[in-house]
Design a binder for this molecule. Structure first.
Ligand SMILES: C[S@@+](CC[C@H](N)C(=O)[O-])C[C@H]1O[C@@H](n2cnc3c(N)ncnc32)[C@H](O)[C@@H]1O
Length: 323
């Protein structure tokens, strides 16, 4: 029993540690500039954010008028284990409507929750229902549940997750059904996260910025969204052909389709199924390709070529060649 308790405490500590990555303003700005047309008259909800430190709140309050926002709601979670006497709270930020002599106190109200402010709590869900678009970097350890809730309440969203999230069956299903897709930046395109003082500064790109923030760059995150972008409607330029180069595209043992090792090598003349690496999703245009299946052949085992399995493949078909 003692061992069990010890183990669950360790797991919890590990989980909490992974959750303490705070997003930099620069990364929010470089992604959000691609979605400005979505925010007019909208209520934005940042439901995993302390408005005193969150750069999501910063970004939306700085750009409130420019985006034409109606309201920013920001909810701060207080983990009862660390803050035994503190409840979570939320803030609502509204426009000054161009009136002069308006103080920040007139624009923002702060209300305590009765509970901890967990995004799954009834109190937080009530705020979610009143919102149009959710934008944040949620706790990595609860990503599946977090996205499930957004879908359940039919919300627009733009959130940060780990690239591995694409391989979660629940998330892949959304991508396959065109209910979610990758945003503009991923991997090294997200420059790094601010970590607390007790957090180890690991990796060759770890640094302390001019403001004294401790930054780590895991280079393994992405933006996931259901807000449309122009990038999602750009075709992948195809320059290779299958016919005449068949040996470069071996067939799978357990699926009627060919293997393509790099997105740029997708042949322009192949009508059938093609297995492509998951990085394809960053370039995916749903008018050009259809996603058929993830990773598994007809026998529901990993796709293989002469007994060897290439790393996660997504099976696609070129829509423009189907008649
Ligand atoms: C990856 S951090 C990102 C913080 C902030 N959104 C940002 O991007 O700077 C995740 C945040 O979620 C908060 N959190 C953890 N569990 C939560 C829960 N169940 N409900 C709401 N927030 C939670 C943590 O306190 C942490 O601040």
């Amino acid at each position: 029993m003692a061992r069990k308790v010890q183990h669950s405490l360790l797991t919890k500590a590990k989980t909490n540690k992974k959750d303490e990555f705070y997003t930099q303003l620069i990364d929010i700005e470089s992604e959000l500039k691609h979605y400005e047309n979505h925010f007019k008259d909208q209520v934005v909800y940042c439901n995993c954010d302390d408005p005193r430190v969150s750069n999501f709140f910063n970004y939306f309050s700085i750009n409130f008028e420019k985006l034409g926002l109606k309201k920013i709601i920001t909810a701060c979670y207080k983990n009862k284990e660390n803050n035994l006497n503190e409840n979570g709270f939320f803030s609502e930020y509204i426009s000054d409507k161009g009136e002069k002599d308006i103080t920040i106190e007139d624009k923002i109200s702060v209300v305590p929750f009765n509970e901890d402010g967990d995004f799954r709590s009834l109190e937080s869900i009530e705020l979610l229902k009143k919102s149009d678009i959710v934008v944040t970097n949620p706790p990595f350890s609860l990503f599946r549940e977090y996205v499930e809730q957004l879908i359940k309440y039919d919300k627009k969203f733009l959130i940060i997750g780990n690239v591995n999230a694409i391989t979660y069956k629940e998330i892949f299903k959304l991508i396959k059904e065109n209910k979610a897709w990758l945003g503009i930046h991923l991997g090294r395109g997200i420059s790094g996260f601010i970590v607390p003082d007790h957090y180890e500064l690991y990796g060759t790109e770890a640094r302390i910025d001019n403001s004294g923030n401790r930054i780590v760059s895991p280079n393994n995150c992405l933006w996931l969204t259901n807000l449309d972008t122009s990038k999602r409607h750009e075709d992948i330029i195809l320059s290779k052909t299958y016919y005449g180069n068949e040996s470069e595209y071996p067939k799978y043992d357990n699926y009627d389709g060919i293997n393509v090792n790099k997105t740029k090598d997708i042949p322009m003349d192949f009508k059938g199924s093609m297995g492509v690496p998951i990085t394809f999703l960053h370039k995916f245009n749903p008018d050009q390709f259809e996603i058929i299946k993830f990773r598994k052949g007809n026998d529901e085992k990993d796709l293989s070529i002469n007994g060897k399995c290439p790393y996660f493949r997504i099976l696609i078909k070129n829509k423009r060649l189907q008649s």
